[in-house]
Design a protein around this ligand. Structure first.
Ligand SMILES: [Zn+2]
Length: 553
């Protein structure tokens, strides 16, 4: 009798569980699906099967159906998620890329457990506030973007599309090569085309971020620039910045720019970002102040070449490190653009620390839309990412608040995958600027780890940020690692193996080790942790120590 009751109870329990949790999923796509829509379906399937043992089936025997559809909406970038039946959800948008954003939202509200997949229950419409939700991959130094297998970079770009990223720019580091014919340069160009192709297949706009006056290694000495004032030693100089007031040097810069654009002619460049310092700049009396004279003049000429080769391209002018030290650069740029701004679409501003005051207080030069450039990668730790995840939740809330709803989006500066959480914070602030970064982090934890560990890991991430400075790691490092170990008990086998879990786990472990060894990087535990991070980043051959975790002999 007892066992019969137990059996009924158990069956009811399983049935109730089965109501929400499913083992088979069907994905329906429009018959005329293009490449981006097809990708959305493939990415959706891969996310579910990568996180659970759920099977994707093709017929109506599936316990749950997810339909992707194209439907006209007021905002082409908005998505709509609605129930068709109790076991059939439809994710629709006017643009294929927006279907991908909707897929991301649906996936993030779903659960992934040992016994199956629990489809997300969020229903409604969401439209992005920021139109330029970009990301900048600094492709240099042998970092992840240069060194990881292209399949991993592809997966990573797709992950970002799920969070609403719609622009990707990359960099061709001329100073690393002797010329375009350098075998390494050709390799880099091939890689850049691959990454851009991947981004386009996610519906992203793609472009280059370049220093307009940078040349190749061994450029003639007489063409080189006059160094710029650099009191803070943050304007960077890799030795091959040219002086565009020298006609031959300028001709070479224009030829190189045209040649570079031709390497992307097949796919078409959607945007070009010009960069003033670190790298860049010339301090000669013809160019200085660079940000007000030599730089905008040269950028305007390169913009004309760009427009000729990629009609309709958007040009973005960065003002990084303007007026540090003060030289009238902001004011001068405003005057320059008051005369002529037809060649330019956006002004980009940001800094290592606080957001620059000029565009906020005096207005954006040319009255153009403003983009930011959050420094998510390097701030306050060296080597960058060398200690694992570097979440900076409060910092990005503070910096975002400074911009006071005046930015239309931006391009976070990324050196690798360790700042994944910071990327997501920026992507979601671009989507909806009124969100709190701590709330975005909770959404990240629930999706990438588990809804069951949101409390523990929110606290861990708070502690990691408080202990960000490597010289000031406090006793809370012990609490953080304890919490990480407690969370570990609740995570699925798939999550425990994921790099996103490992970089968080290792950061907590490394901080505890540093604390317990009074600030010293020593012992087998920390050595193994650094080695594992090196493997996760594919940084074994990184040729700049900044992008490689510390090596302990
Ligand atoms: Zn000059």
């Amino acid at each position: 009798m007892y066992s019969a009751i137990m059996k009924i109870f158990l069956l009811t329990f399983i049935a109730l569980q089965g109501f929400s949790q499913v083992q088979t999923v069907r994905i329906i796509m429009p018959e005329d699906a293009g490449i981006v829509m097809k990708n959305a379906g493939r990415i959706l399937a891969a996310q579910i099967t990568g996180r659970t043992d759920v099977k994707i089936v093709k017929d109506a025997s599936a316990q749950f159906t997810i339909e992707l559809a194209k439907e006209q909406t007021k905002d082409p970038e908005s998505y709509h998620i609605a129930d068709k039946t109790k076991t059939h959800v439809k994710i629709s948008a006017a643009e294929d890329a927006a279907v991908l954003y909707g897929v991301g939202r649906f996936l993030r509200t779903s659960r992934y457990d040992k016994n199956g997949f629990t489809p997300g229950t969020w229903r409604g419409t969401s439209a992005p506030k920021g139109k330029v939700r970009g990301m900048y991959f600094a492709t240099h130094f042998g970092n992840f973007y240069e060194a990881a297998p292209i399949e991993e970079v592809q997966k990573y770009v797709e992950d970002m599309a799920l969070w609403g990223i719609n622009h990707l720019v990359i960099h061709f580091a001329t100073w690393q090569y002797t010329s375009f014919y350098d075998a390494e340069a050709q390799k880099a160009l091939t890689r850049s085309r691959q990454i851009m192709g991947i981004a386009k297949a996610c519906g992203m706009k793609v472009g280059l971020l370049q220093v307009p006056n940078q040349g190749f290694k061994f450029t003639k000495n007489e063409w080189l620039n006059t160094p710029v004032p650099d009191d803070l030693r943050r304007r960077g100089h890799l030795g091959v910045n040219l002086d565009p007031s020298n006609e031959q040097a300028k001709l070479l810069l224009k030829e190189n720019w045209a040649y570079l654009l031709d390497q992307f002619r097949d796919m078409g460049i959607d945007l070009a970002v010009f960069w003033p310092y670190d790298e860049g700049g010339c301090g000669c009396d013809q160019c200085w102040p660079w940000g007000a004279r030599g730089y905008p003049v040269l950028c305007k000429e390169l913009a004309a070449i760009t427009q000729e080769k990629s009609p309709g391209v958007n040009i973005i002018l960065s003002t990084w490190m303007y007026d540090t030290p003060p030289a009238g650069e902001w004011e001068g740029l405003s005057k320059f653009l008051n005369q002529d701004k037809i060649w330019l679409n956006y002004i980009m501003a940001d800094a290592h620390e606080d957001f620059p005051r000029y565009p906020l207080d005096k207005g954006v030069p040319g009255g153009l839309p403003l983009l930011n450039f959050p420094e998510i990668s390097m701030w306050g730790q060296w080597p960058w990412g060398g200690y694992g995840a570097n979440p900076l939740t409060n910092r990005f809330q503070r910096l975002w608040n400074q911009t006071n709803n005046k930015v239309s989006g931006g391009f976070p500066y990324s050196e690798g995958i360790y700042e994944d959480m910071n990327k997501v914070i920026c992507a979601q602030l671009y989507w909806e600027g009124s969100r709190q970064t701590s709330d975005i982090v909770k959404e990240y934890i629930a999706y990438e780890y588990s809804p069951d560990v949101v409390n523990e890991l929110s606290r861990v991430i708070e502690i990691l940020e408080a202990n960000h400075n490597r010289k000031q790691i406090k006793a809370t490092a012990i609490e953080a690692f304890d919490l990480v170990q407690r969370a570990e008990q609740k995570l699925s086998a798939q999550t425990l193996k994921s790099w996103r879990w490992r970089i968080l786990y290792l950061r907590a472990l490394i901080d505890r080790e540093i604390y317990e060894h009074n600030g010293k990087l020593e012992g087998e535990v920390i050595k193994a942790a650094f080695n594992e991070l090196t493997e996760i980043y594919y940084a074994q051959k990184a040729f700049n120590m900044s992008v490689k975790p510390p090596v302990i002999k």
